[in-house]
Design a protein around this ligand. Structure first.
Ligand SMILES: Cc1cn([C@H]2C[C@H](O)[C@@H](COP(=O)(O)OP(=O)(O)O[C@H]3O[C@H](C)C(=O)[C@H](O)[C@H]3O)O2)c(=O)[nH]c1=O
Length: 352
């Protein structure tokens, strides 16, 4: 079985490649990545020599139709997992265009090429599957109570989440119109190794290590529902194996935390275990993110009930594993946060 994994050198994509090649010794991954600022081939350097034999890397963009066709001609692709996306909300507020191009147009091109290769003589070839990796942000924002279910209406607020919602609707259209074998998964905030330090958890770790102020948007009481990335990978694996065609699956660990709670947890862990001069004095309450969603909380009961998924990593363990990973990979952290990273950082935080 051959999988085309787009965004294979990004955070969730690279974690998925490790998980999948380790679990299925007879399967092969063709990994496609544009290697933007957030995608880094070094993220895949820890594949074993045996796993490398089952992994082919292609550098390129999902909006490049000729390249996607070439990949489908060269390899018999059974499953496409579309992780490739511009994913950072703050960047989408500064420059929405690339979000629409990659997330919407890129998804449509992938769907279209897959359809042309998988739909033959009036029917779909057996065993093919297109999985769109989406996000709970497409549902918008919750008040103090309630959960996002798969039936919650789409109500995205940022250019990022609007582009992901648009992509989901294109995927749905390929199912409704052509009966294409698709699934959409919508996950809550992931954390773990290889996450680019523009997202809250690695940003806080990195700023603590560099004794840089930690920007907390607004009152710090916005809530996110955190899931360890490996639990997300296990859920996607189950969707590939057992997901009902055309269905959407929400993935989340029932682990809601305010941002300030996360920030203090990281500071206090590092203070106790790494450097006692790291302190809460680094915290700066800064201007709020525009259109900042207040609360995300996923109801994952459908995937738990129907596919038997269980989130296995407790947040208290996952966050310690994650902080230690960054501590042990400070070279990686330093390399990905030089030059352009600081230009972006100044642009976002300079005004706050
Ligand atoms: C970077 C940063 C963030 N924040 C706040 C903003 C949010 O309330 C929360 C998490 O922010 P982050 O940008 O890490 O993630 P979200 O905006 O929740 O979105 C993330 O989770 C979903 C599911 C995706 O689909 C996105 O791709 C992913 O980026 O911390 C701060 O207060 N300070 C900071 O410096």
């Amino acid at each position: 079985m051959n999988l085309l994994v787009t965004g294979c050198a990004g955070f969730i994509g690279s974690n998925f490649v490790y998980y999948y090649l380790d679990k299925y010794k007879d399967r092969k991954i063709i990994g496609l990545d544009k290697l933007t600022y957030a995608g880094n081939l070094e993220n895949l350097a820890k594949l074993t020599p045996e796993q490398k034999k089952r992994f082919v890397f292609v550098k390129g963009d999902i909006t490049n139709r000729e390249l996607i066709e070439h990949i489908f001609e060269e390899f018999e692709i059974d499953v496409v997992i579309n992780f490739a996306a511009e994913s950072h909300v703050d960047r989408s507020i500064i420059d929405p265009h690339v979000f629409v191009k990659t997330n919407v147009l890129g998804t449509q091109i992938l769907l279209d090429v897959a359809k042309n290769f998988w739909y033959k003589s009036g029917k779909w070839i057996d065993g093919k599957r297109f999985i769109q990796i989406s996000t709970d942000e497409v549902y918008g924002s919750l008040g103090k109570t309630g959960y996002f279910t798969e039936k919650t209406p789409l109500d995205p607020h940022s250019p990022y989440s609007a582009s992901k919602a648009a992509a989901d609707l294109i995927v749905k259209a390929y199912f409704d119109t052509y009966k294409m074998p698709v699934n959409i998964t919508r996950c809550s905030n992931n954390y773990g190794p290889y996450q680019f330090p523009e997202k809250l958890i690695p940003l806080v770790i990195n700023n603590c290590l560099n004794k840089r102020p930690i920007p907390v948007y607004g009152d710090g009481l916005n809530i996110r529902d955190w899931l360890y990335v490996e639990d997300h990978c296990k859920a996607i694996d189950l969707v590939i194996e057992k997901g009902v065609i055309g269905e959407i699956y929400n993935i989340g660990g029932h682990n809601e935390r305010t941002n300030i709670e996360i920030v203090k947890m990281i500071i206090n862990y590092l203070k106790k275990n790494f450097d006692e001069s790291i302190s809460e004095e680094l915290i700066r309450f800064v201007e709020d993110r525009k259109g900042h969603d207040r609360r995300y909380a996923i109801d994952p009961s459908k995937i738990m009930r129907e596919l038997g998924w269980v989130p296995e990593t407790k947040f208290e363990d996952g966050i310690v594993k994650t902080i230690n990973w960054y501590l042990n990979n400070r070279d990686w952290l330093n390399r990905v946060t030089t030059g352009k990273y600081m230009e972006y950082y100044d642009k976002v935080y300079g005004s706050r």
